[in-house]
Design a protein around this ligand. Structure first.
Ligand SMILES: [Fe+2]
Length: 186
């Protein structure tokens, strides 16, 4: 499996705090850039406690805004290549306009040609595939925090307006490895 929901206690309360942080970062034009995790822990210690209880060590938190697909030709179906890990797990936490957007996963046809790109905003390398080479195999709506393998070719289709999330990246420790195994066994 490529994704699974990860329930947190006090999810609504944490979401409210993350939304406030998001608005502050956004006003500082910090969207799509890594934030020091200390900024999150100070504002939201109950989230940090739960990551610690899971044994997960957060390296970075990003806020991401995804445009509706029609306005977002740069970021079609892609694999994120910001890590050499396989799977490459992230935790995405929904903030604004996520309920009606889809995260779609694809199987890419053998010998498909892909482009390596550096995203102009995210400054991350990713592998872009052509729609014609891809077959939709699964999808979900981000209505709660999810662990996601972003190595699997995927895209996000937002109905209208920006879809905003906070995305957490973890150190490659034992808890991370265990999470990787649990996802592959689903
Ligand atoms: Fe991605």
């Amino acid at each position: 499996m490529f994704f699974k929901p990860l329930p947190f206690e006090h999810q609504e309360q944490i979401t409210l705090k993350l939304k406030i942080l998001y608005e502050i970062f956004n006003r500082q034009e910090c969207h799509d850039k890594a934030r020091p995790y200390s900024e999150i822990t100070q504002a939201c210690p109950e989230l940090d406690q739960q990551f610690r209880a899971l044994g997960l060590e957060v390296e970075h938190a990003f806020i991401f805004q995804t445009l509706p697909q029609a306005q977002n030709p740069e970021l079609g179906i892609h694999s994120d290549l910001d890590s050499l890990r396989d799977p490459n797990l992230v935790l995405n936490w929904p903030l604004f306009n996520c309920d009606e957007t889809w995260m779609n996963f694809y199987r890419v046809r053998d010998h498909a040609v892909s482009d390596l790109k550096l995203h102009p905003i995210y400054q991350k390398t990713y592998k872009l595939f052509s729609d014609a080479d891809c077959e939709l195999i699964d999808r979900f709506q981000l209505r709660m925090p999810y662990i996601i393998d972003v190595n699997v070719p995927h895209n996000v289709t937002a109905a209208e307006g920006y879809r905003s999330i906070m995305s957490f990246r973890f150190a490659d420790n034992d808890a991370y490895k265990q999470l990787s195994r649990s996802l592959s066994q689903l």
